[in-house]
Design a protein around this ligand. Structure first.
Ligand code: SF4
Length: 225
């Protein structure tokens, strides 16, 4: 029965993704390679919402595939989960040129897609990564530095949802203190999902070792902090 429900949810989400793939509701449709709709389980209890696709995401059509995506995978591993257990998406489904911050009119044009995704997936917990997702889904102006790690009860897509703002992994890539805070906030996710926490990882290896710097074609977005 659960498999039937999952299959139906998957179909609805795929069908909606097909619709969004042709979206031209804002000017980003002119510069994108493709729409980056989202990826993961269509019945996930835990959903992550980031800001917008970057260079690699735009090329591959999948969210969080660059360095920030690798860090997200490591953080999930640390709490006994994988990308297949969760759903990952962004406020904007198309890449802003040069990875600039989303414009208010772009967020306004695209937010309906995100709300529909949440309505179809019905997650229990939505972790907002960084400022843009946090402000949009909380409906409040408080920035991520102020509210990270503090869950809020909201209604999204017609369902009660726990909103959990945390730093964007891209912001933690080059700032050890921010990575530490992100790890601490991440460790509360099992509790917020009502699950047993995973056993702590062995202490020897660092959770994330930054890779050598690549040529800058996708600069870090300051709006993430
Ligand atoms: S960013 Fe959103 S609203 Fe704009 S074209 Fe892409 S899918 Fe449509």
């Amino acid at each position: 029965m659960a498999a039937v429900v999952a299959a139906a949810a998957d179909l609805s989400l795929i069908a909606y993704g097909d619709v969004v793939a042709g979206c031209e509701q804002c000017a980003l449709s002119q510069t994108r390679t493709q729409v980056v709709f989202g990826s993961g389980s269509p019945t996930a209890e835990l959903m992550f919402v980031g800001e917008a696709p970057g260079f690699h995401e735009d090329k591959q059509g999948v969210p969080f595939v660059g360095a920030a995506g690798k860090l997200l995978g490591k953080l999930l591993e640390g709490i006994g989960m994988t990308r297949d257990d969760v759903y990952v998406s962004n406020v904007l489904k198309c890449r802003p040129p040069g990875n600039r911050d989303p414009l208010p009119e772009e967020i306004q044009a695209c937010e309906g897609h995100l709300f529909r995704q949440i309505e179809l997936i019905q997650p229990k917990l939505v972790a907002t990564l960084g400022n843009f997702a946090t402000k949009l889904l909380s409906g409040k102006p408080a920035g991520i530095t102020q509210v990270h790690g503090r869950e809020q009860q909201v209604v999204l897509g017609g369902n009660p949802v726990t909103l959990y703002p945390i730093f964007h992994p891209a912001a933690a890539l080059y700032t050890p203190r921010m990575l530490q805070v992100l790890e601490e906030d991440f460790r509360r996710i099992p509790e917020l999902l009502g699950r047993e926490a995973a056993p702590p990882p062995p202490p020897a290896a660092p959770l994330y070792a930054p890779e050598p710097a690549a040529p800058v074609e996708h600069p870090v977005q300051l709006g993430l902090f």
